[in-house]
Design a protein around this ligand. Structure first.
Ligand code: 13P
Ligand code: SF4
Length: 302
């Protein structure tokens, strides 16, 4: 730990604040966090955890979800510019237009979305439970927004059980994997198990042995006897994987796939958050109440 990290941990203790980090955060941020998890676990913990002040080191929609689920808590995002381009690919009007094109179809919205879009949705999901959520919707036709690749994976898994209308959003970071790099890694490490995040496109996904969220990848590597893994998701996950399983090998493409927004939070920002109570994330109550219904339903799915 550096002296700045020690100072942050001491200040958090003094202020009775908890630091939560997504698995894509820089290593130095994960090191000072009491919770390091995927979007689903961060949402659950924000709602049910004992802390009343949470410094959420992730992107804006994660802090917004934490506030929607726990409005009595103080939710701080250390850098207000840490957004998610996918969440900004659909707004309320665009969702209303899409809904009008598929009348009667319930809306399943990936948490990588704004509060206003969640408020117009029937239920939310994360990459960890999207399949179960869509399966659980009591309608054959479903609108899935905003990630067309996550939605296309669910469609592939559910086949004729559901007709999924895909909104054309995507994660620019997860589109940076190249098929030739994946094939080269598989050839170089023939015994490795290939795990991919469902935000990658089908051309990459078809080379994976399993598709899962980031926390699921971490659990999978621990629960399986294999010692080598090719990991197709954002590079931040390398740190928790190698820390937890020092005897296993994790391979990533040479060209590091890094989310620029996840890397916008620096240690200095976290200290400022703790010292000055910056940057408080809230949602207008009429939107929060509706978004809460969709998000809270999501928490019932594993
Ligand atoms: P997880 O659902 O694994 O947290 O990843 C989603 C993501 O891309 C976060 O932005
Ligand atoms: Fe958004 Fe993709 Fe970054 Fe996740 S990795 S925050 S989906 S841009």
């Amino acid at each position: 730990m550096t002296s700045l990290q020690d100072k942050i941990i001491a200040t958090a203790r003094e202020k009775n604040a908890a630091i939560y980090a997504h698995t894509y955060q820089p290593q130095e941020i994960q090191e000072i966090s009491s919770v390091v998890a995927d979007s689903l676990e961060l949402a659950r913990r924000s709602k049910d955890g004992p802390e009343t002040t949470i410094i959420l080191c992730g992107v804006h929609f994660m802090a917004e979800s934490a506030f929607i689920l726990a409005p009595h808590k103080t939710i701080l995002l250390p850098n207000p510019d840490a957004g998610c381009p996918m969440a900004n690919m659909i707004n309320e009007q665009e969702l209303l237009t899409f809904k009008a094109q598929h009348p009667g179809a319930p809306v399943v919205t990936y948490v990588n979305s704004t509060a206003a879009v969640k408020a117009l949705s029937d239920v939310c999901c994360t990459s960890a439970n999207a399949l179960a959520v869509v399966k659980g919707v009591p309608s054959k036709e479903v609108i899935f927004t905003p990630d067309k690749y996550l939605g296309s994976w669910i469609q592939e898994k559910l086949g004729s059980e559901k007709i999924i209308h895909l909104y054309p959003g995507f994660c620019p970071t997860h589109q940076r994997f190249k098929e030739k790099d994946v094939l080269a890694m598989k050839a170089a490490h023939p015994s490795a198990v290939t795990l991919c995040h469902p935000e990658v496109n089908p051309g990459i996904r078809r080379h994976a042995d399993a598709v899962m969220s980031t926390s699921q990848m971490i659990r999978y590597a621990g629960e399986h006897d294999e010692n080598e893994f090719i990991i197709l998701t954002e590079i931040g996950i390398k740190y928790p994987l190698e820390k937890k399983y020092p005897d296993k090998k994790f391979y990533f493409p040479d060209m590091k796939v890094s989310c620029p927004n996840m890397k916008k939070i620096a240690l200095e920002d976290v200290l400022n958050s703790l010292t000055y109570g910056e940057h408080r994330i809230t949602v207008p109550e009429e939107i929060r109440e509706k978004a809460f219904i969709a998000l809270d339903k999501m928490l019932a799915y594993k």
